[in-house]
Design a protein. Structure first.
Length: 110
């Protein structure tokens, strides 16, 4: 458990030392590899992970604080991703599509 905490603290340090941004991380525990995204929104903000992608959900990922990812034993790969200028992650603030006006009642067949 102490080793896992050290790995997590090192991952937090690396994400914080660079400018705010998005990182793709490949980590493992007992040969079980997993990829997720770490979002650094600024020096005083909580580091978030975007994990468990499922396109049937809205939002399609789970937003979890990095400090809750205690399963991490090894970080195999990490890369910072450059987003388009002005891009903001919405974290589930999607608006539902408004349904069109109800269709006019059609007369029943004669």
């Amino acid at each position: 458990m102490l080793f896992q905490l050290q790995v997590l603290m090192t991952l937090k340090f690396v994400c914080r030392k660079d400018a705010p941004g998005v990182y793709i991380v490949s980590a493992s525990r007992n040969d079980d590899e997993h990829c997720f995204v770490v979002v650094n929104r600024g020096p005083e903000k909580l580091l978030l992970t975007l994990d468990n992608f499922n396109d049937c959900k809205d939002p399609p990922v789970d937003v979890i604080p990095l400090s809750n990812q205690m399963w991490i034993q090894h970080v195999k790969f990490m890369a910072q991703v450059e987003l388009q200028l002005g891009y903001k992650c919405r974290h589930g603030k999607r608006k539902r599509e408004k349904r069109g006006k109800r269709q006019a009642l059609q007369p029943k067949g004669m």
